[in-house]
Ligand binder design. Structure first.
Ligand SMILES: [Zn+2]
Length: 452
């Protein structure tokens, strides 16, 4: 079981590889034959449901997590107190398109997270832009007093859908600010999703000091296509009513559980975010990710693995609209004087595993590429430089040089469900979820073996 590392080259003894491969096989057997991930996700989604920061359901999900960690006999189960933003969608959320020719069309719409309400029914003429850049270039007179509609499509030609999302993300984050700068009274955006369907996708947006705050909502891709086609022949008006609201920050928690290592102050963190948007059930985003990591630690414990480093599962709170949990965790870890060797995040859904990406130096990219032979029997092939995750990101500031790893599942269906009412338990596949947990357990095992 000896792997010698030197001068960037790896000499893997035949005996070594067979020991690692046998252990990894036993991890996959445990996940597939006796796994808990799917039933744990069912509990989280069906007993609790959506878990937006500051909500009662978020608090219940913290209690649930703590109880699960204790039931799985993790060492040192504890919570870290944090403060989180608290925004609520409210009870009124409606929108219609009308025209002077008598059209009345009900929109499938969701307020964007953080938006102000409309203070009753708000009306305005609709003006369409095909992209955020087109809006930025428009003269103020074209926008002033109107409701802006940003109809920017995710690029369907991208193979990795996160790249298509990245190319479009700014319409949600910046749309309200750019529209308000030109005098718009509200903004509606095309949902960030690839399929043409009825589900609107919410997500965070922000305001800027000195720029008027205007209401912001997303409509379904199907509605976006319909409105755009109608606008070619007639002037359209929008009526919307939103009573969403920002409340004072609320107390909340990150939840942690560990397998104590021989080098107990040397930590490898693995986690996802416990909070979710308030539509759907937060199943893929990020119920799957937290369950993946809890199951990975359960499997290692169940197999009697004695880690070298302390392996710590962290369920982060508030990734979706503030990242208060991720920021507080990194700061707290530094203040405790811990040594952090690596961190892994799962926040790309519960789909079929493809591999792992590394946000770190070439040395660590080289390290994970040596894992690829061991993962070949399990159809994982992505071991490359890439993104880690939002929650673990702040660790880079406190622990310079720390490698951050992102679990990479297949991305083709992620943006069917992301932040939409369709992100429910029924859309997660049991085997795909279990394979994700096994892949993470195996990857953490190899990291634990290989890192100093
Ligand atoms: Zn997420």
């Amino acid at each position: 079981m000896k792997i010698f590392i030197g001068y960037g080259l790896f000499f893997i003894s035949f005996f070594g590889i067979s020991q690692d491969s046998l252990f990894i096989r036993s991890i996959y057997n445990e996940a597939l034959e006796r796994g808990h991930a799917y039933e744990d996700l069912r509990e989280l989604c069906k007993t609790i449901g959506p878990r937006l920061s500051g909500s009662a359901k978020a608090e219940m999900s913290i209690d649930w997590s703590e109880a699960k960690f204790k039931a799985y006999n993790f060492d040192n189960v504890y919570k870290q107190a944090i403060m989180v933003p608290h925004w609520e969608r409210g009870t009124t959320e409606s929108g219609w398109i009308t025209s002077k020719k008598g059209l009345m069309y009900k929109l499938n719409l969701l307020a964007l997270g953080g938006s102000i309400g409309t203070n009753g029914l708000m009306s305005g003429e609709l003006v369409e832009f095909s992209s955020l850049d087109e809006l930025k270039d428009a003269p103020d007179r074209k926008v002033s007093g109107k409701i802006v509609f940003i109809n920017q499509k995710m690029d369907a030609a991208q193979i990795q859908t996160f790249k298509a999302y990245g190319g479009c993300y700014a319409i949600r984050g910046e749309g309200a600010v750019e529209a308000a700068k030109k005098g718009a009274v509200a903004v509606i955006i095309r949902s960030l999703g690839l399929p043409i369907d009825d589900h609107p996708h919410t997500g965070s947006m922000h305001y800027e000091n000195g720029v008027p705050k205007i209401p912001a909502a997303a409509i379904s891709t199907k509605d976006a296509e319909y409105i755009s086609s109608k606008l070619k022949s007639e002037t359209l008006f929008v009526k919307i009513a939103l009573n969403c609201k920002e409340f004072p920050d609320a107390p909340s928690y990150n939840v942690m559980g560990e397998l104590k290592g021989k080098l107990s102050n040397n930590i490898i963190s693995l986690g996802g975010h416990l909070d979710s948007w308030d539509t759907g059930e937060g199943a893929h985003d990020d119920g799957a990710g937290v369950v993946h990591c809890m199951e990975a630690l359960r499997i290692l414990r169940e197999l009697g693995y004695k880690p070298k480093h302390t392996l710590r599962v962290v369920f982060f709170m508030n990734e979706e609209n503030g990242n208060a949990g991720g920021k507080a965790y990194a700061k707290w870890a530094k203040e405790k004087g811990e040594t952090h060797r690596a961190a892994l995040e799962s926040d790309r859904g519960g789909f079929t595993p493809r591999g792992f990406s590394c946000d770190g130096s070439q040395e660590f990219v080289n390290l994970i590429s040596t894992f690829s032979d061991l993962f070949r029997p399990y159809d994982l092939h992505v071991f490359e430089k890439g993104y880690g995750g939002v929650d673990i990101g702040p660790l880079k500031n406190e622990f310079p040089g720390i490698p951050l790893f992102g679990f990479v599942p297949d991305s083709q269906r992620y943006f069917d469900f992301h932040h939409a009412p369709s992100d429910v338990f029924e859309n997660v596949n049991e085997r795909e979820l279990a394979l994700g947990a096994a892949s993470i357990a195996a990857f953490i095992y190899l990291l634990d073996q290989q890192l100093p």
